[in-house]
Design a protein around this ligand. Structure first.
Ligand code: FAD
Length: 419
């Protein structure tokens, strides 16, 4: 055996898939009895529910994987032309994500909208600038605090004021090739008619993708086999599990930071200490059933006093009848320690407050460690140095989304193949 991969979530499965494509010998160890990690689809009372991500975009890397795994017929396309809302000052208001919504939304005052036009005169991110400070300098206080800040930081459950641009938003801007003005970049895209890949899921849920990746590489993936330790042995590494020990020339860690840190301890204690600093936000995921007939992708809550961070309208976005997914209590460990029934009830009550429609709870769960926070603890990234033949391909190192995880797996496999 030459490469050991720890974890069979989207990072581990992608690394396994692309290493196999390169002809490498690979053995993957997964603690759970199912592949997919945080991507977990279940069926409750006949409804397909997603415990982790709700959907992805059919960008080139995803499409090529879908073709390779013969999953095209199972794709379920979402409706892209629907608004996203902010619950602000007791009302659902359209987020300005299209030119039409930017002009008509009552989320921002005319003064706030006009301030955006000054953005091309502002400079790029400064060292140690927070996302909130950066967005305020670029677009003004109103846009930063009522739209762009909550929209971006809400994805991770972290306050925009606690995120450094350099380790979060800045990386996304670099990837899209935004050098100067964001506004000019968006206008160019609009004039060129650049199309955003469509929103998709699969008929039986997103876990269809990791399950198909597992099936394609089943002979090299051990489920229900948690790695209990890794240690150097000459130029190789020994990977310990309850079933025995395997030797590997290279080890790829794809587990969340706390597990990666624990497993790195005997390999390189300094690297382990650095990785242990990355913070996560636990998050509650509550699936609701409701007759609410609003059209949209969902809402973010801006008003204070709510435990709900936001809600995805699977019903209207993906045609999943009557299903709405609320994310609650991100980072609020005390609230998330409550019984899932209590968490679910609170989510249902708040959904009714926001939409005016009653909701019943289909399912409630808390994800731990949850989402990488991308907060100030990410400054530790600069100190991270890994020993030879140790790779980390995990959401805390780069893009957390599924598309980013596929790209990460491909990059890691290419790096190993080069070596
Ligand atoms: C609530 C939420 C919503 C999201 N929504 C979206 C979305 O809508 N669209 C999108 O594109 N992305 C979304 N994401 C992000 C994306 O789903 C994740 O970043 C991505 O799936 C993480 O994959 P991963 O393989 O890096 O990690 P994980 O999925 O965490 O996989 C790690 C794997 O390692 C295994 N493991 C742990 N310990 C051991 C051990 N000792 N030995 C062996 N195996 C071990 C675990 O069982 C797990 O399977 C969301 C994330 C969250 C948390």
């Amino acid at each position: 055996m030459t490469v050991a991969v720890i974890g069979a979530g989207m990072s581990g499965l992608s690394t396994t898939h692309f290493l196999a494509e390169q002809g490498a010998e690979v053995r993957t160890f997964e603690a759970s009895d199912e592949p997919g990690g945080i991507v977990r689809s279940t069926t409750v009372e006949g409804h397909v529910l997603e415990r982790g991500p709700q959907r992805l975009r059919l960008s080139k890397p995803v499409e090529s994987l879908v073709e390779t795994l013969d999953l095209r017929d199972e794709l379920r396309f979402g409706d892209d032309d629907q608004p996203l809302f902010a619950y602000d000052d007791g009302q659902l208001r359209r987020m300005p994500l299209s030119v039409r919504d930017a002009i008509t939304t009552d989320l921002l005052s005319w003064r706030g909208k006009a301030r955006v036009l000054l953005e091309p005169l502002t400079g790029g991110a400064k060292p140690n600038e927070t996302v909130e400070a950066y967005l305020t300098r670029k677009f003004g206080h109103e846009v930063a605090t009522r739209f762009a800040g909550p929209l971006y930081s809400g994805l991770y459950g972290t306050d925009a004021d606690d995120m450094y641009v350099e380790y979060s938003l800045g990386k996304a801007l670099d990837r899209f090739g935004v050098e100067g003005s964001l506004l000019v970049f968006m206008l160019k895209k609009l004039l060129q008619g650049t199309e955003t890949p469509p929103i998709v899921s699969f008929e039986d849920g997103l876990q269809t993708l990791p399950e198909a990746m597992y099936a394609a590489h089943e002979e090299s993936i051990d489920l229900e086999t948690p790695v209990t330790g890794v240690e150097p042995d000459g130029e190789d590494y020994l990977v310990h599990t309850e079933d025995g020990t395997e030797r590997a020339e290279t080890v790829v860690f794809t587990t969340p930071a706390p597990t990666t840190a624990a497993l790195l301890e005997d390999v390189d204690s300094e690297a382990a200490e650095t990785v242990s600093q990355f913070a996560y936000n636990p998050i509650g995921v509550v699936h609701l059933h409701s007759d609410f007939d609003g059209t949209g992708h969902g809402f973010h809550i801006i008003d204070d006093g709510f435990k709900t961070d936001g809600s995805t309208w699977n019903h209207s976005m993906l045609g999943r009848d009557g299903v709405f997914t609320s994310y609650v209590g991100s980072g609020d460990s005390e609230f998330l320690d409550a019984d899932p029934a209590v968490i679910g009830r609170r989510a249902a009550e708040e959904f009714e407050t926001v939409t005016g429609a009653a909701a019943t709870v289909l399912d409630a769960a808390v994800l731990r460690p949850g989402m990488p926070a991308y907060d100030r603890s990410w400054a530790a990234l600069d100190e991270l140095s890994l020993p030879d033949e140790i790779e980390i391909c995990a959401s805390f190192m780069s893009r957390a989304g599924i598309v980013g995880r596929i790209a990460g797996g491909k990059r890691t496999a290419a790096t190993i193949a080069e070596e």
